[in-house]
Design a protein around this ligand. Sequence first.
Ligand code: PEP
Length: 246
Amino acid sequence: MRRKLVVGNWKMNGSRLANAELLAALTAAGPWSCDVAVCAPFPYLADVALSLQGGRMTWGAQDCSSHEAGAYTGEVAAAMLAEFGCRYVIVGHSERRAYHAESDQLVADKAKIALAHGLTPIVCVGETLAEREGGHTDIVVKRQMSAVIHTLGHCISQVVVAYEPVWAIGTGKTATPEQAQAVHALLRTQLHAATPKVEEMQILYGGSVKADNAASLFSQPDIDGGLIGGASLKAADFAAICRAAA
Ligand code: PEP
């Protein structure tokens, strides 16, 4: 049976003081019987590592470079994230695809380099509202997933997938459990053709997950936890979501 995983995506929020308070409150609220991680902005990773080391919660980053090292001003290498004890790195978040024009292939290359450095990439896929309303959800998420499958080959089994409909991120609109389950099942079927280990793979849902809708989403057979944005910034809300997954 797959373990549930709940990951907080802090995005570009926080301060050293606020993060310390948040992590102390979460540590006091846990542990939970699901896996829990937080993905922090780069400058805070050392603090987060210090706060969480030796405990049950793990941590990660929100992006990495597709390059090993070199003249790439402003980028952060997967090897550097590994040095700070990161377990996860989010790649292909819709905000990166939209604001930084990240292509499906770039996302796949980031997933590959993350794996090469011992990190677990959390690969985000998801359709926009226009794509959903146009009836293109399946084509879009399969195209995004397919680039990663082709680049990673059998190593695809080592990634975590996050289905995040763009129209649900930060909007307060959540996919219904049935809508989300339908896309998760579609992704699992696609992954099935690529790896015999598909039943071990965690597919998370993200998009306005809150304490009051988490349990119904997480009870779906192919939803293995959540990628949580806004609600991961408040200890009580995030803890309640972790409880719903446990
Ligand atoms: C996200 O940014 O990955 C996300 C799911 O955000 P929110 O929970 O705020 O919709």
